[in-house]
Design a protein around this ligand. Structure first.
Ligand SMILES: *[C@@H]1O[C@H](CO)[C@@H](O)[C@H](O)[C@H]1NC(C)=O
Ligand SMILES: *[C@@H]1O[C@H](CO)[C@@H](O)[C@H](O)[C@H]1NC(C)=O
Ligand SMILES: *[C@@H]1O[C@H](CO)[C@@H](O)[C@H](O)[C@H]1NC(C)=O
Ligand SMILES: *[C@@H]1O[C@H](CO)[C@@H](O)[C@H](O)[C@H]1NC(C)=O
Ligand SMILES: *[C@@H]1O[C@H](CO)[C@@H](O)[C@H](O)[C@H]1NC(C)=O
Ligand SMILES: *[C@@H]1O[C@H](CO)[C@@H](O)[C@H](O)[C@H]1NC(C)=O
Length: 294
């Protein structure tokens, strides 16, 4: 069994690891937290460490699709950072090129960047991603659809190494999933392999769901930690094998899949209802480097 220690002022016994407290001097690889006075326009203008042009509707700006709701700060936002709400509407149609419009999806995503690091640094070694997620009952998702909330996409775009998401899995398309089953927060394994649900919990309203994902890119294993509100995230079982190869980028936001059966190109086909105004609130998102220990 592998065990891990965050870079800290001194080594801490593994049993004493607290994901929040262990890293007084954290080694942050990617910081997706938003300082109190920052705006969506700052992202559009390339003033924050995010891709300024991806991923959002072809004719949209981040100023239009991000909101900063007044909610209690998440576990890792404290008094310095604020929650950000990612929203979707009918115009949230991403076009990777002028002739390739992803009309099957609705997408608004933040892609964190750190230009000071070498290209694959955030997908090497051992890292922990921290993020908190909260539902917005005034901008409900449609849990008959599958949504991605946080995931890694390989550099050649051929696969997503793991996906934190919610809703009815695409392909359960005949809507067999009950509401109780659909309103879950789940982590799914690499979609290039026979994909499975590694972990899930009820995606309840009114609380922050804190998810930390330990990623060992050398050993191709991951481990999920979870808590709500201001509780310390705790390990949800041990490490599990998961192919993390292929480097790539991290996505934080909403990718809404269509519904439908027998689709040959999910990016352009299937059903998306119109008139939507949907959102999910994120907080305290960052990736830190860890030592593989002991
Ligand atoms: C935002 O906050 C930072 C840090 O407190 C400060 O340096 C900066 O001047 C502020 N910017 C604006 C536009 O208020
Ligand atoms: C963006 O605007 C252009 C020009 O009006 C239009 O041709 C295109 O279809 C729009 N894209 C989307 C995804 O709505
Ligand atoms: C939710 O999605 C399902 C499947 O696409 C659709 O039939 C239904 O009309 C949607 N509900 C709302 C409220 O839009
Ligand atoms: C599909 O199932 C979800 C969850 O039970 C439910 O909310 C939704 O209304 C169903 N949609 C259809 C089109 O039956
Ligand atoms: C970064 O990762 C990609 C995909 O795994 C690989 O092709 C490329 O050689 C790597 N670049 C460097 C500088 O290591
Ligand atoms: C989907 O494909 C299956 C297998 O070919 C077929 O039986 C079914 O009728 C198709 N469903 C639709 C809605 O096209």
């Amino acid at each position: 069994m592998l065990s891990y220690v965050c870079f800290a002022a001194g080594l801490i016994a593994v049993s004493a690891i607290s994901l929040t407290d262990c890293c007084i001097s954290r080694s942050i690889t990617l910081d997706a937290r938003i300082s109190l006075n920052k705006t969506g326009q700052d992202i559009d203008q390339g003033l924050l460490p995010f891709n300024p042009s991806s991923v959002l509707g072809q004719n949209q700006t981040f100023a239009e699709v991000l909101r900063f709701p007044t909610v209690p700060p998440s576990l890792n936002d404290g008094s310095q950072y604020k929650a950000v709400e990612v929203t979707l509407n009918d115009d949230s149609i991403f076009a990777p090129s002028a002739t390739n419009k992803q009309t099957g999806f609705r997408r608004t995503e933040l892609l964190p960047q750190n230009d000071a690091l070498s290209v694959n640094a955030s997908t090497s070694g051992v890292q922990i991603w921290h993020l908190s997620v909260k539902r917005d009952e005034s901008r409900q998702l449609n849990y008959s659809h599958e949504y991605y909330l946080f995931w890694q996409e390989s550099q050649d775009f051929s696969r997503d190494q793991y996906i934190l998401g919610t809703g009815t899995l695409f392909g359960d398309g005949n809507n067999k999933t009950t509401a109780e089953e659909a309103e879950q927060l789940w982590l799914r394994s690499n979609d290039a392999d026979s994909q499975r649900t590694v972990w899930k919990t009820a995606f309840t309203t009114g609380v922050w769901h804190n998810v930390a994902i330990l990623l060992d890119f050398a050993q191709n294993v991951l481990q999920v930690y979870y808590s709500t509100d201001y509780e310390e995230p705790v390990a949800q079982g041990g490490v599990v094998a998961n192919d993390l190869s292929g480097n790539g980028e991290f996505h934080i936001g909403l990718l809404k899949k269509p519904t439908g059966v027998n689709l040959t190109d999910i990016t352009k086909q299937g059903f998306q209802e119109s008139g939507i105004d949907e959102g999910i609130i994120f907080g305290g998102a960052f990736e830190e480097a860890c030592n593989r220990g002991l």
